[in-house]
Design a protein around this ligand. Structure first.
Ligand code: 6PG
Length: 237
């Protein structure tokens, strides 16, 4: 799994490139297996992509939607990643409810993680995993100083407590489970991510660097899509 950096020069390029990545992964998945397993990222950055996806024709009946992480909040709490995805995309397209696999994080981090790991047991490789980048280098709900679940003997989903980004209790797919994918796309935008990108490019050990296949047999490419604001000055990309 090689790491590719893509800097979107003009404003519209960031969204255009992200849409192309989704369409390419979807096309390959449907041609090969007849269904498309996508993992949605949380936070605010992906919202524009989800809204743009909702406005384009896709074979929604063959999508299977997973979540990279979820906050331990009530199911309809506006701060939930599932609620953001529901509003921006899922409520606007004809994906069967049975194909939207929401993390039951409202049950608590431990129960939610165990249930999701069981649900994932029957899923091999994801076709596309979307992820964000936090200012401290976190991704999904894998935070510095916490267990990232890098090795395949770790659970597929982790219970996260005292997360530095509220709320403290969360459920996150583990690093190895997120990396068990044919394609991984990090969606990064804004000046506040510049420092984390610079640390990443310097090779610092961060949660984002734990997203990598343990061997080439596992996955395709990892791509990091940056807008110019997120690019460190004199970036190596
Ligand atoms: C979460 C997200 C988290 C997010 C990053 C970036 O639950 O908060 O999963 O990993 O992707 O913190 O968040 P923004 O896109 O809002 O900057």
């Amino acid at each position: 799994m090689g790491l590719k950096w893509h800097v979107a020069a003009a404003a519209g390029d960031w969204l255009g490139h992200a849409l192309q990545c989704v369409a390419r992964a979807e096309r390959a998945a449907l041609a090969a297996r007849g269904e498309f397993h996508i993992v949605l990222a949380g936070g605010s950055t992906p919202r524009a992509l989800y809204a743009a996806l909702a406005g384009a024709p896709h074979d929604w009946s063959r999508w299977q939607v997973w979540f990279g992480d979820e906050r331990c909040l009530p199911p309809d709490d506006p701060a939930r990643n599932s609620v953001m995805a529901q509003q921006a995309l899922l409520a606007r397209v004809a994906i069967p409810a049975s194909a939207v696999h929401v993390i039951a994080a409202e049950l608590g981090a431990g129960i939610g993680a165990r249930r999701y790991a069981r649900e994932l047991a029957g899923v091999d490789m994801f076709d596309l995993v979307l992820l964000g980048l936090g200012e401290d280098g976190h991704t999904a709900s894998l935070f510095p100083g916490h267990d990232w679940g890098e090795h395949a003997d770790a659970p597929a989903a982790l219970a996260v407590h005292d997360a530095p980004k509220p709320p403290p209790a969360r459920v996150s797919l583990s690093a190895w489970r997120l990396a068990r994918a044919r394609n991984v796309l990090f969606l990064v935008a804004g000046r506040d991510k510049r420092d984390a990108v610079a640390r990443w490019q310097r090779g610092e050990r961060l949660p984002v660097t734990a997203i990598r296949a343990p061997d080439s047999a596992w996955g395709g490419d990892i791509e990091v899509l940056l807008d110019t604001d997120a690019c460190p000055t004199g970036a190596t990309t």
